[in-house]
Write a protein that binds this ligand. Sequence first.
Ligand code: UT7
Length: 327
Amino acid sequence: MREQWVRVLATGSSVPETVLTNFDLEKMVETNDEWITTRTGIKERRIATSQETTATFALQAAKEALCRAGVSPEEVDLIIVATVTPDMLFPSTACLLQRDLKAKNACAFDLEAGCTGFVYALAVAEKYLRGGGGRVALVVGAETLSKIVDWQDRSTCVLFGDGAGAVVLGLGEEPGILATYLGSDGNGASLLELPAGGSRFPASFETITQRLHYIKMNGNEVFKFAVRVMEEASNEVIHRAGVNIDEVDTFIPHQANIRIIQSAAKRLGITEEKIFVNVHKYGNTSSASVPIALDEAVQEGRVRKGDLVLLVGFGAGLTWGSALIRW
Ligand code: UT7
């Protein structure tokens, strides 16, 4: 028996119960529902409580995906948690997840590639399984961005939200992940960053008073970059898999801004009905965005067996990546 493909066995997701609407934000900063809706497509986002952490949502999403896959935690060989908001700098959130799942046979690590984190982790896990590292991988994208958002900065605080999505990967004979493609350009590092808390600016009275423990972003530059690399990453993975863009059944892009999604889709010639969008409900959940969208698309019947699914992400680093999956 030849097992040459890595397949998605099941998906799962979890978001906080607390909803923060654009109207709620109107009371917090000088903004309005009309601006946020027309510039981003976002209507509301989910926000973690002070008790909830990234690991909280990672665990719930992972449990759901494992349950749907019919896979027990002991069968998992590899756990990757993609996140820019780990519970702590170390140990990894993946190790906290490994502990809470009792996945005693798994190795576990976090992967940080900005909002492209999940697509990066998916590509790494696929190569790991194909290379003989094991039979089952759990790949999670999980974030609590509300904890690193500057709630006094209207240019960023309206954009982000919390949640997690997960996939269980396994080896199989039928086609699954057909191709992946990853890219980076550290020259754009300063366009989207969280300056303090690392070795450059360890936490100090100054870093706190200068609000350096919060997300800083050059929105306009990131916007232009995003549209360009979404097109490039989509075309590259399509090329690598030897298929045509017209064959894609569902396009699941990183949910940062409806205008970025629509511009990229237009440049690619992907029609409206093939695009999956949930940015209006959750805002930008960084690494969690693609797997939450994928899970919702599957649960809603938008992705069916045999369909060709295109995932594409972009984010801090700068990073970008894509994956083409035969479902
Ligand atoms: O996962 C990757 C993460 N990041 C992204 O994907 C973000 C990419 N960028 C974007 O999505 C857009 O650039 C934004 C949504 C962030 C901003 O949209 P924009 O159309 O590029 O607006 P802008 O930054 O050019 O701002 C236009 C105006 C400015 O006022 P002036 O200078 O024209 O008077 C801003 O001060 O809108 C103002 N503004 C706001 N007004 C009301 C900025 N934020 C707000 C706000 N409410 N929340």
